[in-house]
Design a protein around this ligand. Structure first.
Ligand code: PEP
Length: 240
């Protein structure tokens, strides 16, 4: 199981102290051998976080990157080689918050290729908006995101998919269990041999429902991951 923390645009150097609790918990948690914990802080915290988690189970991811693997004139951008250089092992790509600000499937495809070429792993986010859900075009939407996003992508073992319905992110609303089982199965049939996680308002209360959905390979956790108690609680409850 994967537990991925997406800190979004939150956190400063002092926030890193909150990791102590999580590191301590992972040392004594019996199931920790079977889990992957990945923290994706803002880029400013990648290096200092990397230093804090050395010798722990926690790995570091970035939240986005440029589609080039070489240096270049692109003000404000960071490429995957630069992320690797400061300790990142994963990169989140295709998050709906970036799709909303204009990131296309084609651009996401170029980024996925760049990340894999750099030797990093991809957390590939897909999901439908509330409008697409209402129009009953969820599967069509996901199909398009997957087929363009993964076009000509080799080394797919370096990818995990996070199914994140856009209407569920930050809203407290999660999909109905049958819908979620169905959608995850649909994605798994389409991609084969890629782990599929769920993301969208995962918290210590709804994890008891979500953990019953057996075809989910883990969770991408936004808001709740900023609170170490909640993050630990989610992990504990998944195995209770
Ligand atoms: C996310 O941003 O990927 C996410 C899942 O956020 P939240 O858990 O806050 O809904």
């Amino acid at each position: 199981m994967y537990f991925i923390a997406n800190w979004k645009m939150f956190g400063g150097l002092s926030t890193l102290n909150s990791l102590k609790k999580v590191i301590k918990f992972l040392k004594i948690f019996k199931k920790s051998k079977n889990i992957k914990i990945i923290y994706c802080p803002p880029s400013t915290l990648i290096r200092p976080m990397f230093k804090k988690v050395i010798n722990s189970k926690i790995q570091i991811g970035a939240q986005n990157c440029h589609e080039s693997i070489t240096y270049g004139a692109s003000t404000g951008s960071i490429n995957p080689m630069m992320l690797k250089n400061v300790g990142a092992k994963y990169v989140i790509l295709g998050h709906s918050e970036n799709r909303e600000s204009g990131e296309t499937d084609k651009l996401i495809n170029s980024k996925i290729k760049a990340v894999i070429k750099s030797g990093l792993k991809v957390i590939f986010c897909i999901g439908e908006t509330i409008g697409q859900k209402r129009k009953k075009i969820t599967k069509k939407t996901l199909s398009k995101q997957i087929s363009i996003g993964l076009q000509n992508v080799k080394r797919r073992k370096n990818i995990v998919i996070a199914y994140e319905p856009v209407w569920s992110i930050g809203t407290g609303v999660i999909p109905k269990p049958d819908d979620l089982i169905n959608t995850i199965n649909f994605i798994k049939k389409k991609v084969r041999n890629i782990k599929v996680l769920y993301g969208g308002s995962v918290n210590p209360k709804n994890i008891n429902k979500l953990k019953l959905i057996k075809n989910i390979d883990g969770f991408l956790i936004g808001g709740a991951s900023q609170d170490p108690k909640k993050f630990i609680d989610i992990i504990k409850k998944t195995y209770n």
